[in-house]
Design a protein around this ligand. Structure first.
Ligand code: NAI
Ligand code: MG
Length: 353
């Protein structure tokens, strides 16, 4: 089956890990010719911005709408403020293509040291489901509001929660829980302090939960959830959280699993009215960009999520197995305690395929 895939490597290590992933996918495709990927490369990002004054062309979203999926690297570079690059490209695509569900698995890999010393004996494995279209990142607000005297400039940044937005992400989380060994959804909230949006969030959670009597539930404040990630992660299966809360918790989860460089994610439009986007959780890592040492595993595993989404779960499974084989054989980049280059990891995973 032929799939049209947009590649948007964008900035910094994004270009390195996307290139590495294309190589590994082409090796996978050679060995298992059950699918074919037709790549369409887009040079959008900070360099494009410096030349054209925008992060992507005006008709960019329309071009993406003709694709079956998008593989994204990372956006952001010290020469341009981060809010311009993030809103101009990554958020523009997520929100423009209504990729309202962001799925971020927290997966522990053989041979990768975790700051949780006995993580590997405890069989930890959970998924953060992030509301990806509204909440704290709805872009609602402004600067230069009149404040009380002596306050100086006042900026307002409002979180927007809609009943429909809450409901669809909750249902998504419950449906996902039903596909897992442990049928449980943990709802992350801050409804003690944020008495409007987060209370609506909780109300919708309770209402949706009633439709899934076979799924265990719990409601946890975000600060307590941060502690729970570290202290009782075996209690977790699906964790549903708002845009900001899930953003923070998923970085914590990936650090617990060994490195930000391992973490994968899918920005899904579950109705499949527009293409979904797959990307590593990490950013452009300017501190190591251009050295050939970026960990490509987070992007490989994002590509596995893409193969799942495109209807090739067996091939996705093969890719995951090959990644674990390479990691277990000590082919690890610097961020996870090894000395391997990006190239070495590509070669080891390709060999394991
Ligand atoms: P970052 O994720 O780029 O880096 C944080 C730390 O993790 C750095 O020490 C980096 O070297 C390391 N790291 C990240 N990815 C790695 C990989 N694949 N292999 C090995 N080590 C890796 O986050 P930071 O430094 O806060 O942001 C840098 C830029 O990236 C900023 O411009 C930021 O706005 C942008 N960013 C973009 C994201 C996206 O496109 N989705 C997400 C997060 C940040
Ligand atoms: Mg983040």
């Amino acid at each position: 089956k032929l799939h049209k895939i947009a590649a948007i490597p964008a900035d910094g290590v994004g270009t390195e890990v996307v290139e590495a992933t294309k190589q590994v996918l082409s090796a996978l495709q050679e060995r298992h010719p059950t699918f074919e990927l037709e790549w369409h490369d887009f040079d959008w990002g900070t360099a494009y911005y410096e030349q054209h004054g925008r992060m992507m062309p005006e008709e960019g979203l329309d071009e993406l709408r003709t694709m079956d999926a998008i593989l994204f690297g990372a956006v952001g570079w010290p020469t341009v403020p981060d809010h311009i690059t993030l809103w101009g490209l990554r958020l523009a695509v997520c929100q423009g293509l209504d990729q309202w569900a962001n799925v971020r698995p927290v997966t522990f890999h053989p041979g990768v040291p975790s700051p949780i010393v006995d993580a590997h004996e405890r069989e930890l494995d959970w998924v953060v489901v992030r509301e990806n279209s509204e909440g704290e990142y709805s872009g609602f607000g402004g600067r230069n509001f009149a404040g009380r005297e002596g306050a100086g400039e006042v900026a307002v940044q409002s979180a927007v929660f809609t009943e429909a937005g809450c409901e669809r992400i909750m249902r998504f989380a419950f449906d996902l829980a039903r596909t897992r060994d442990r049928r449980k959804v943990s709802c992350v909230t801050k409804s003690n302090a944020q008495q409007y949006g987060m209370v609506l969030w909780d109300d919708v959670f309770a209402r949706v939960a009633a439709d899934y009597p076979d799924v265990e539930t719990e409601k946890v404040l975000v600060d307590a959830m941060a502690a729970k990630f570290v202290l009782r992660p075996e209690d977790l299966s699906v964790v549903v959280a708002s845009n900001l809360h899930a953003d923070i918790l998923s970085d914590l989860g990936s650090a617990m699993a060994g490195s930000l460089g391992l973490a994968s994610s899918a920005n899904l439009n579950p109705e499949r009215r527009s293409p979904s986007m797959f990307e590593p959780v990490h950013g452009s890592a300017p501190d190591i960009a251009g050295q050939g040492v970026a960990n490509p595993v987070g992007t490989f595993l994002s590509a596995a999520l893409m193969l799942d989404h495109l209807g090739h779960p067996d091939e996705a499974g093969r890719l995951r197995e090959a990644v674990d084989k390479a990691l277990a054989a000590d082919v690890r980049t610097r961020d996870i305690g090894g000395g391997a280059t990006t190239r070495d990891v590509v070669e080891a995973v390709t060999a394991a395929l």
